[in-house]
Write a protein that binds this ligand. Structure first.
Ligand code: PLP
Length: 278
């Protein structure tokens, strides 16, 4: 498989960036993961819009127009042109002498590569999830490569035998370490509203569209940890997570939620699968 780096297609062992690249020194870059089902882009415009938003927010000057072509090339160069796959895109501010403020003349570093994605057998995948403190920064809407808080949290979960985290900020659930969180109470679907405390997930947007189309009621508001005893279903979503059922939630001491139902999650999964296959 080849990857794209700054205008060249290279094998991974020949692709290098400077130690003065600001992504290496500061995590000063953003990324995107765009899915392609059977080789066809899924929600490409939404992914490109989010990428542009993030570039604007951190003032990296970069024209996204070439990206669609590069994504298709990344897929075909990796033999994934007709497969279920995703393309990772990373754009950093580029190489410059180390200063905290943005350098004037840096050329963005652009990296792309394709990797296979399995459209999961949804009904067999059920996650055990660790509830942990959300100690990330106040701009989680920016899909930054600076993910230390996310990796620290997820390492704790995986080392403890869990599959993902559910993060808690000020007594309510925000999202996972790399996924969006949804809750079902009394036949209504709840998810945290968009804003600086979560990433605006594209899969989140698709799930809310499906709710609307299937006539499932939903509300974008944070779910409090005290409401857990009323929660019947929990699921996590993301480009690679798709829609994954949460079987149980755990604090460090004990299990605090056990899935009781799964009807609504199953309906959403089935419709999601249908839309990815359209
Ligand atoms: N929240 C976080 C923190 C993420 O890293 C991700 C990425 O997968 C998501 C949510 C889900 O976003 P999307 O559905 O666009 O993949």
């Amino acid at each position: 498989a080849e990857l794209y780096l700054n205008g060249e297609w290279l094998s991974p062992d020949k692709a290098f960036v400077s130690v003065f690249d600001r992504a290496f020194m500061f995590g000063d870059g953003i990324y995107e993961v765009t899915p392609f089902y059977c080789g066809k882009p899924f929600r490409l415009q939404d992914h490109c819009d989010r990428l542009k938003y993030c570039l604007q927010q951190i003032k990296i000057p970069f024209d996204c127009a070439i990206l669609e072509h590069l994504m298709m090339q990344a897929l075909s160069r990796s033999g994934l042109a007709n497969s279920d796959a995703a393309v990772y895109i990373q754009i950093s501010r580029g190489k410059a002498p180390r200063t905290h403020y943005y350098p004037e003349h840096a050329e963005p570093t652009v990296l792309l590569y394709a990797f296979p994605v399995v459209l999961e057998n949804f009904h067999e995948k059920r996650w055990k999830v660790l509830v942990s403190e959300d100690f990330r920064w106040q701009r989680c809407d920016i899909k930054s490569t600076a993910l230390l808080a996310n990796t620290m949290s997820n390492e704790e979960a995986i080392a403890g035998g869990f599959d993902e985290n559910l993060l808690v900020h000020d007594g309510h659930f925000t999202e996972g370490s790399h996924s969006t969180a949804f809750f079902v109470m009394n036949n209504t679907v709840y998810t945290h509203p968009e804003g600086p405390h979560i990433l605006s997930g594209i899969t989140r947007k698709v799930v809310l569209e499906i709710c609307r189309d299937l006539g499932i009621s939903y509300e974008e508001r944070p779910v409090n940890i005290e409401e857990l005893d009323r929660v019947e279903e929990v699921f996590l979503t993301g480009t690679t997570t798709q829609i994954t059922i949460v079987e149980s939630l755990h604090s460090k001491e004990k299990q605090i939620f056990t899935a009781q139902k799964g009807e609504i999650t199953k309906r959403l999964q089935e419709e999601f699968l249908r839309r990815t296959r359209e």
